[in-house]
Design a protein around this ligand. Structure first.
Ligand SMILES: [Zn+2]
Length: 432
């Protein structure tokens, strides 16, 4: 057993055992204060982060001001931490304030209404445990065989494609441009018209391009590399990686990530032509928006499909996702495109410029600019190797995974969970 896997096992032993302890303590309190109400449980352990947090600490990056949460349960928060938003490594302040885990209840009625559904977050009695409870997400249903490859989930050999709601529920924030000192967006050319405003708002395209319809002025996203104070050179270009800010004490090899989403708000002038570019590991995809009315999707520069915007509200809220082998684009909540992109096996290399925003003519102001990524699933040892469950799930068996794959102990390790072990769907209570 490698030192890394030993650490992981230890961490998850605690996440399972402590949850049951929390159950006992909180059930007693609930019984005392509200005899007829449901038991309120507290999450312990990092295996479902960031969906559900165990005991955690909140840190603030001294460079970009980004605040983020880290696990504070099994291991002390390391003294040297790195900001997930801008990559700055720094010595944290001596005192970190820790917060208790999220409060939840268990609701068994969804199972009665519609059975157990994929992507439900459920509480269950741990296999071979003495009534201990744990929380994971349902991935495989009876009769299915689960596999993990290229960071993706496969069911019976087919890539599991999340719907829009499931995608939004699982996405992880990679970059938020509102934190102005995070220099992740760079004009591609020296005489670019892209300018930052002096306020907190991220990017303002101040100078209009003329009627030049051939040239696109690009603003590129360069994912943050690790960066120490006093570094003379900017970090080398790199691709998006499956860095998990929540696990600062875990040393592991990071993997290139292909599934990410660009979110932004664009206020555009009437004559504008705006382009947004992403890369699926094989081909470049470009959304061309003309005069807030017409949208065209291009693959490697060739038009694939076009659509008209039904809601031409300006500013435009744009969401461009490359996820689960699909290209999904919504503008003002209208789904414009849902096209097949490169499959995991067709991907060659992740681009060091995963996203770019361009203006061909007119003026545009970009705000609320974020990049998120999909969960990157790993094999039971925490590596990006292909892995297949030993056998298909039998009748009444389910395959459960944590949302934090590098540290979660789940069906990859203890196998399937039977229906009788499932207690109900987790309902998160507001923080107080
Ligand atoms: Zn930062």
């Amino acid at each position: 057993m490698s030192p890394r896997s030993r650490t992981t096992s230890a961490a998850n032993f605690f996440s399972v055992v402590c949850l049951s302890t929390a159950l006992i303590v909180c059930a007693l309190l609930a019984a005392f204060t509200r005899p007829s109400g449901p038991a309120i449980l507290r999450i312990v352990g990092p295996s479902m982060a960031p969906t559900l947090l165990g005991k955690h600490a909140e840190l603030v990056c001294p460079r970009c001001g980004f605040d983020f949460v880290v696990d504070a349960e099994e291991t002390a928060v390391p003294e040297l931490v790195a900001c997930p938003n801008c990559g700055r490594a720094y010595l944290r302040a001596d005192e970190v304030q820790t917060h208790d885990g999220d409060r939840v209840t268990i609701d068994s009625t969804p199972f009665l209404r519609h059975g157990v559904r994929r992507f439900d977050v459920v509480a269950f009695n741990v296999p071979e445990g003495s009534g201990q409870l744990a929380v994971k997400r349902v991935i495989g249903l009876p009769g299915e065989q689960v596999a993990i490859s290229h960071g993706e989930l496969f069911i019976d050999g087919r890539l599991l494609v999340k719907n829009v709601r499931q995608q939004a529920e699982l996405e992880l924030l990679v970059h938020d441009a509102a934190f102005r000192q995070a220099p992740a967006w760079h004009p591609a050319q020296q005489d670019s018209a892209w300018k930052t405003s002096d306020e907190r708002e991220p990017w303002l395209f101040a100078a209009a391009r003329g009627e030049d319809s051939a040239h696109v002025d690009w603003l590129e996203f360069h994912p943050a590399g690790l960066n120490f104070p006093g570094d003379a050179r900017p970090p080398a270009p790199r691709t998006l990686l499956d860095n998990d800010a929540y696990n600062p004490a875990l040393a592991r090899e990071l993997n290139p990530v292909f599934d990410s989403t660009l979110n932004l708000t664009a206020t555009v002038s009437p004559e504008s032509v705006v382009a947004i570019r992403g890369h699926d590991g094989n081909q470049a995809w470009q959304l061309l928006l003309e005069r807030t009315s017409r949208a065209t999707l291009l693959r490697d520069g060739e038009p694939v499909v076009a659509a008209s915007l039904t809601n031409t509200n300006n500013p435009l809220r744009i969401r461009f996702a490359i996820i689960d082998g699909r290209i999904r684009i919504t503008v003002n909540h209208q789904q414009l495109f849902d096209e097949s992109a490169a499959s995991p096996a067709q991907r060659r290399a992740a681009s060091p410029i995963p996203w770019a925003i361009g203006v061909r003519q007119g003026a545009v102001r970009i705000e609320q600019l974020t990049v998120t990524r999909d969960v990157f699933y790993l094999d039971p040892s925490g590596l990006a190797r292909p892995w297949v469950a030993e056998r298909p799930l039998a009748a009444g068996e389910y395959f459960l995974l944590g949302d934090n794959p590098p540290v979660s102990t789940d069906s990859r390790h203890f196998g399937s969970v039977r229906r009788v072990q499932l207690r109900g769907v987790i309902q998160k209570l507001p923080t107080r």
